[in-house]
Ligand binder design. Structure first.
Ligand code: SER
Length: 476
């Protein structure tokens, strides 16, 4: 099954199981300033996970486009993307662990066709200090299901990720218990990090084994929660049954919920039998287009092509949702994605504007499933191309400026000057300096912020003066 088929059969399967398909939320959350982007399917459902009634009922399903800007520096490897789709289903006080776990395994094995031998799972080992028990219920459900499928079902009690890196997987093991750093879901990322007032709970994560040849040994021995590459997380079932109180303790919610999130791109990669998510049907055509435009091969320019493909797909969806490149917040992230894509394309020899060629490829990929992309194609191209043209004008000058610091130490003020005059996002300057071996002062970031503050004060003064002294001065 390709990614499109996986998404649609997931929605159809869950619909048959009594779920209502809900529309995706916009990438920029409305009325929620706590985060720049929607980074998971559940974000817009928080009130319902805390007990409010959802108008569409107690069983919901969707596929939610997400942006995780914090992952930008990891893009370039085989599995990280800033933009991805999260398959999501929710039980709001309806079914619980047994139904969810069976449902997801059925989907993966009987519908997508994954080999159950390659599926590994994790459960929460409990936290005595906070009075939260081990999730032996989830583990025993998994044991039964794996036995039904005729595959091994041994249990391993691991602890932390580091414990696992030292221990690895032993023969017959398939179900792994980890601590609150790994198998507890909250918006804070761990049990200890759970924000006050938030819903949270133990989770059971599902991993696909791509084979030991994919493990990077610098990460230690392979085990599901390792970052080494052999195991890739493809889905996370959160049993949202707690809420954190003001005093830091955890209380049981009156209604127990399931919050499931699955990575569409990664499930598609598993289905393809390739650990490279850029080979799937939603990304490969972009790579093919880049190969044509540059005359280079993906095998030789893997990281650059991955980054360009990811960033332009993300920026396209951001533009569809009304974001425009700017110097702050969502607009800054978008600008960074676009400028980085241009810079990398230049390193592949692409000196011409090319966004207007890539966007239609992306629109076509989503024509059936997110028709709003094709519908706003021309507006998206206009927004992206405007940024492309303006940045390309200063790109060469900016690159020369960074190169000009060879043999000197670049200060935070230098980095600021480049961003101010050439529109070089500070991160791009740092990347470029690293590439050229130009030294950057260790305290550059603090100095950059200082220079930025000073400039803000100056321009505020200038605006006030202009507004007072000239007709229409504030606009001048
Ligand atoms: N909230 C969980 C996650 O983001 C599942 O949706 O992984």
């Amino acid at each position: 099954m390709d990614a499109h088929e996986i998404r649609n059969s997931y929605l159809a399967f869950l619909e048959r199981n009594g779920h209502t398909v809900i529309p995706r939320a916009p990438l920029v959350p409305r009325g929620d300033a706590s985060t720049l982007f929607n980074g998971s399917g559940m974000q817009s459902l928080l009130p319902y996970l805390l007990g409010a009634e959802h108008p569409a009922g107690s069983r919901l399903v969707d596929s939610q486009p997400c942006v995780r800007a914090q992952d930008i520096d990891d893009v370039g490897d085989n599995r990280h993307t800033t933009f991805f789709e999260m398959l999501g289903n929710w039980s709001l006080g309806d079914y619980f662990k047994e139904t969810q776990i069976r449902q997801f395994l059925t989907f993966l094995v009987d519908i997508v066709g994954l080999d159950p031998e390659k599926i590994y799972v994790t459960c929460f080992m409990g936290d005595e200090a906070n009075g939260i028990p081990e999730d032996d219920e989830a583990a025993s459900i998994w044991q039964t299901l794996f036995a039904e499928r005729g595959v091994s079902n041994g249990i391993a009690r691991i602890g932390s990720q580091a414990d696992g890196d030292a221990r690895g997987v032993r023969p017959g093991e398939r179900i792994f218990f980890y601590d609150g750093g790994e198998n507890w879901w909250s918006r804070g990322g761990s049990l200890e990090g759970t924000p006050i007032g938030d819903p949270c709970g133990p989770d059971s994560e599902v991993f696909f084994d791509f084979g030991s040849e994919h493990q990077d040994p610098t990460f230690g021995l392979a085990h599901p929660a390792s970052d080494g590459g052999q195991f890739m997380e493809i889905g996370n079932q959160v049993f949202m049954q707690y809420r954190r109180l003001d005093d830091g303790s955890f209380e049981e919610l009156a209604r127990r919920n399931v919050d499931f999130g699955g990575g569409l791109e990664r499930i598609a990669a598993a289905s393809l039998g390739s650990d490279d998510v850029f080979r799937i049907s939603l990304l490969w055509p972009i790579i093919e287009c880049l190969q044509q435009l540059t005359g280079r091969r993906y095998e030789d320019e893997t990281a650059a092509m991955r980054i360009i493909a990811d960033h332009l797909r993300g920026a396209t969806f951001l533009a569809v949702d009304g974001v425009v490149p700017s110097n702050k917040e969502q607009g800054y992230v978008m600008r960074r994605l676009l400028r980085r894509a241009i810079r990398l394309a230049l390193s592949l020899g692409l000196t011409e504007n090319f966004f207007s060629v890539i966007v239609p490829v992306i629109a076509e990929l989503y024509a059936d499933d997110f028709p709003e992309v094709a519908a706003s194609r021309d507006e998206v191209i206009a927004v992206l191309v405007k940024e492309e043209k303006s940045f390309r004008r200063t790109l060469a000058a900016g690159l020369d400026m960074v190169a000009g610091y060879a043999g000197h130490v670049m200060s935070g003020r230098d980095v600021f000057r480049l961003s101010d005059t050439s529109g070089f996002p500070k991160e791009l300057t740092i990347e470029e300096a690293a590439r050229l071996g130009v030294e950057v002062a260790p305290d550059w970031a603090a100095e950059f912020d200082e220079a930025l503050q000073e400039q803000r004060v100056r321009s505020r003064g200038a605006t006030r003066l202009g507004a007072a002294g000239l007709p229409g001065g504030a606009q001048a």
